[in-house]
Design a binder for this molecule. Sequence first.
Ligand code: NAD
Length: 466
Amino acid sequence: MTSAKTTTESRSVVSRNPTDPGDVVVRVDAAGTWATVEAAERGREAQRGWLAAGAGARSAALGHTAQLIEAAADELTELVVREVGKPIAEARAEIARTVAVLRFYAQLPYDATGAVHEPAGGAGLLLTRRRPYGVAGLITPWNFPFAIPVWKAAPALAAGNAVVLKPAPEATACALRLGELFRRALPGDVFTVVPGGPSEGNALVSAVDVVSFTGSTAVGGAVVRAATARGIPVQAEMGGLNAALVLPDADPARAAAHIAGAVAGYAGQKCTATSRVIAVGAALEPLREALSEALRAIPAMAPSSPDAVCGPLISRDARDRARDSYRDAQVLVGGRTPDLPGWYAEPTLVENLPPEHPLLHEEVFGPVAALLSAADLPEAIRMSNGVPHGLVTSVHTADLDTALRGLDALDTGMIRVNAPTTGVDFHLPFGGAKASGHGPREQGRGALDFYTSTRTYTLLPAGGGA
Ligand code: NAD
């Protein structure tokens, strides 16, 4: 059995089905550094025409891409299931969200791009106007192979940039298919995919005008440093170590249902997955029971099954990492390796971890969570905040006052009350604080600001004015 999901060592990218490593989803040559830089240069040429074509042309092209993706939804859903092992219901929802994201950004080329100000004295006009940087370099992970590239590309394109996408090797087939669909709707070289690994990622950062990265905290840090050294804008959305806080007044079954889905959904391979469950005071006993029951009701199963919630891990290494993470812990639920072809781990809940245990400090990216207890809300908030990451927290309570106190004291970029840590409202800003995020937020209307800079114009009467 091949242990690696992909390899780029021979300068070809080979992506395999995580439920059947013998099934090669795609094998292509890696772009290489020279072709990556060339893609950025061709993008820079094409971008001038793309901007000059006007807001109507950009809006129509994004709308057309949405239509093409919607028409291909069944095929794309199957590709997501096959290439990255996403349970089919979630894969279908990801394609639907991708279409909705494109339709949302298709409207934004018509938005105002600046403001008119009065001069301090005399006649004339002072104007501001946001202008695209040129070529946006996007570096993306494998776990949302359509939604993440599109939620970066759509605002970049709407603002008048060209885009070069360097996808994760594990999601190469999805990215190449997305590239084909974009190319049918956009002028040549406005959207290019460069398959490959770290060397293509590095080359991209060296050649573009603005960089948007999503992936692990370690790689994101290196990308931020390289882009900053070049003096170009960079945003990075990175890993999480997200907590769910459960108050004694919360309905245990309802809280458990939300948390179990956030622990085990897509085998925990979401930056927003819950990995720490903090029960406050008397919440511990009922929650332990309800959460154990809810997790037992989510068996790992083939992602093509309509009932699948927890599918495979992306690779054997990822599966081994998940298993190693709870090797010396007290396992309450799960902990076994399912007898299924591919790389599965059971949804697993552990408790009584010593404070220095790695599960409480490092992202596992698997269906694993630790149950912890806190004496009161302030202690739960200290525990939630006491990690380097700061992506999202959920708070489960029937008391709005308690929830509001939590909102003020929690230090994550997103806080969700009586909702799972997972889930994204794409029309609002999305992103993390501390080690989970760098730079301006993604998504929402504000995403266009990241891909543009402000120019200030002073217009005075030709005959002279104050
Ligand atoms: P990764 O960091 O291994 O890879 C991300 C991308 O960076 C890939 O395209 C990869 O090829 C590229 N890359 C690797 N080394 C590089 C280098 N030296 N220079 C430039 N590019 C390089 O992450 P992954 O395994 O694909 O994804 C999982 C991670 O992504 C998890 O940590 C998860 O939390 C995070 N994630 C975060 C968010 C978010 O919005 N915060 C969303 C999804 C995933």
